[in-house]
Write a protein that binds this ligand. Structure first.
Ligand code: 2DT
Length: 212
């Protein structure tokens, strides 16, 4: 079809409760896309490698205390500090598969009782994902999967609140997948949505901003 200079990589985000299978399914998707010859990178938020990320990490392992607003803004800053790099990668044709993004940012903070619009504000203007794979699992089921770790937030009561908040953020980019189906069947559904998404972005689908 000739070349199209608006052709770009896709921003594919994985979201869901702790232990829903995000990390393993996003890894599987990256391998699959590589095999298909799609240029792809695996990303995650929080990105604990930056100095902002280190502050977040020490908060998550309970080594430091920060108030809810402060940590919310740090998570957001951690995405902002990566925004231009993400855009450059996408424009150069690289697809980014990202484990957690602004939906985690808003859901976890709103679950603590912060106002949802306040939570969304600092996220406005970040890149909007082309596809959000939401791995849907009941909090009780997720808890049964080998139990939670020792980080902050890994508790059933809190995960229930997070699940409720996620529901208010659903939009047309979301593909909700039942995370209790077999690993292979979940993987198959993700592949299908991802390939369609990659193809639309190759054809020049515009890059949008989040919640603007
Ligand atoms: P991981 O276990 O996936 O490393 O996440 N979180 C994450 C937030 O509260 N706000 C955010 O913006 C993001 C990206 C979810 C660590 C924990 O951090 C939470 C779980």
């Amino acid at each position: 079809n000739g070349c199209n200079d608006k052709s770009r990589g896709s921003l594919i985000v994985f979201e869901g409760l702790d232990r829903c299978g995000k990390t393993s399914q996003s890894g599987r998707l990256v391998s699959y896309l590589e095999k298909k010859g799609v240029p792809v990178e695996s990303w995650r938020f929080p990105d604990r490698s930056t100095s902002v990320g280190e502050m977040i990490s020490s908060y998550l392992v309970n080594k430091s205390q920060l108030d809810d607003q402060t940590v919310h803004l740090l998570f957001s800053a951690n995405r902002w500090e990566k925004r231009s790099l993400m855009e450059n990668k996408l424009r150069s044709g690289i697809t980014l598969v990202v484990d957690r993004y602004s939906y985690s940012g808003v859901s976890f903070s709103a679950a603590k009782g912060l106002d949802i619009e306040w939570c969304k504000s600092p996220e406005r203007g970040l890149l909007a994902p082309d596809l959000v794979v939401y791995l849907d699992i009941a909090p009780e089921k997720a808890a049964e999967r080998g139990g939670y770790g020792s980080e902050r937030y890994e508790q059933l009561d809190f995960q229930r609140k997070v699940a409720q908040q996620y529901q208010t953020l659903r939009d047309s980019a979301w593909k909700v997948i039942d995370a209790c189906l077999s690993v292979d069947s979940v993987e198959e559904q993700i592949r299908e949505s991802a390939m369609e998404c990659v193809s639309n972005c190759l054809k020049g689908k515009p890059l949008f901003k989040l919640w603007s």
